[in-house]
Write a protein that binds this ligand. Structure first.
Ligand SMILES: [Fe+2]
Length: 334
């Protein structure tokens, strides 16, 4: 089966991944992790919510922490559309597609539309937010990993192909994908709107669940510095995977788990891909696994993810068999 065809004139104009909304058990503990350790900027906070942004962001928030009323979970992932007219077009599109879509009021955001994709992933579209100072050259505000901006989300889903087809119908372009050697099956798909390799990534697994939100940092040094800081600040066990080098996307990365288990990726840089002749890059699974110098991820990196509020995750039809750190060590692979 060929990869889905790109849609150059989509039904509405999504511009980028925008924000992640998660609930947390202890706001003070989460603040210590995200602000004191990682270096996020606090845009606003009250007794129930902390709104965070990176130093390169002039939007009000790219990460929202809410006090959990029950088990911590992900409420939604946020995407930007270009104009309010695109929001109207999005509402009409989801209505036509008989998918959930409703207008909601969200603090610090313009008109906001809550939708669900065909896999049940809860998405929030808005065109505008309150504006905050961009602190990119205000160096006294820079500390920790110096998160610059949100870049992408990764979701686990039971049907990667279905997710890929739907999001490509919204104008998302496939930058890279991983497929089993000699087969057409899509295992990982990397989809983008903003002209770098990812805005949303779908990977196989029980879902939909949020695997991680990713933020860029200024240089690879901060990946190591933040790990050192994590040890000094009592967050050593929160460093889950890396630092290492990705195959798809090519970035240097580290993954950390926050105090509630929500996963954050920090990475150094991405390449540009927007020209019409850019074809999706296919990675054979064996090649993707070989293109690394770090040890493989622990099994938990593949299996564990944040549940979405009110969404019952479903198992994929086939269980995956990834190369994990546990298998790697057990096999004595050199
Ligand atoms: Fe990522």
């Amino acid at each position: 089966m060929p990869v889905p065809a790109p849609v150059y004139n989509p039904p509405f104009n999504v511009t980028r991944a925008s924000h992640s909304v998660v609930t947390v058990a202890d706001l003070a503990k989460s603040r210590a992790f995200y602000v004191d350790l990682l270096g996020f900027i606090v845009s606003d906070e009250d007794k129930d919510t902390i709104y965070l942004r990176g130093v390169a962001e002039a939007c009000h928030h790219s990460l929202v922490l809410k006090r959990a009323k029950a088990e911590p979970e992900s409420e939604r992932v946020g995407m930007r559309v270009f104009t309010d007219e695109d929001l109207e077009k999005a509402k009409a599109f989801f209505d036509r597609s008989q998918l959930p879509a409703q207008w909601v009021e969200v603090p610090h955001q313009g008109r906001t539309l809550h939708v669900s994709d065909p896999l049940g992933s809860p998405i929030e579209f808005c065109a505008t937010m309150d504006v905050k100072p961009r602190l990119i050259v205000e160096f006294t505000h820079h500390h920790g990993a110096i998160p610059q901006r949100i870049d992408h989300f990764q979701l686990l889903v039971p049907d990667v192909r279905k997710a890929c087809e739907f999001w490509m119908s919204l104008g998302f372009r496939l930058s890279e994908y991983i497929a089993p050697d000699g087969k057409d099956e899509m295992l990982f798909v990397f989809l983008q709107r903003k002209g770098n390799p990812h805005d949303i990534v779908f990977a196989p697994g029980k879902g939909p669940r949020l695997h991680h939100a990713a933020f860029s940092i200024p240089a690879s040094y901060q990946l190591f510095y933040v790990c050192d800081l994590a040890v000094g600040m009592g967050f050593a066990v929160n460093v889950e995977f890396g630092p290492g080098r990705h195959g798809p996307g090519h970035a240097l990365f580290v993954y950390l788990r926050d105090p509630d288990g929500h996963r954050i990726e920090l990475f150094d840089t991405h390449y540009q891909c927007m020209d019409i002749e850019n074809e999706p890059v296919r990675w054979d699974l064996s090649h993707a696994a070989m293109r690394r110098w770090q040890l493989p991820a622990r099994l938990q990196w593949y299996l564990e993810a944040s549940r979405f509020a009110g969404v019952e995750p479903r198992d994929p039809p086939h269980k995956g068999d990834p190369m994990t750190l546990e298998k790697f060590v057990a096999a004595g692979i050199r």
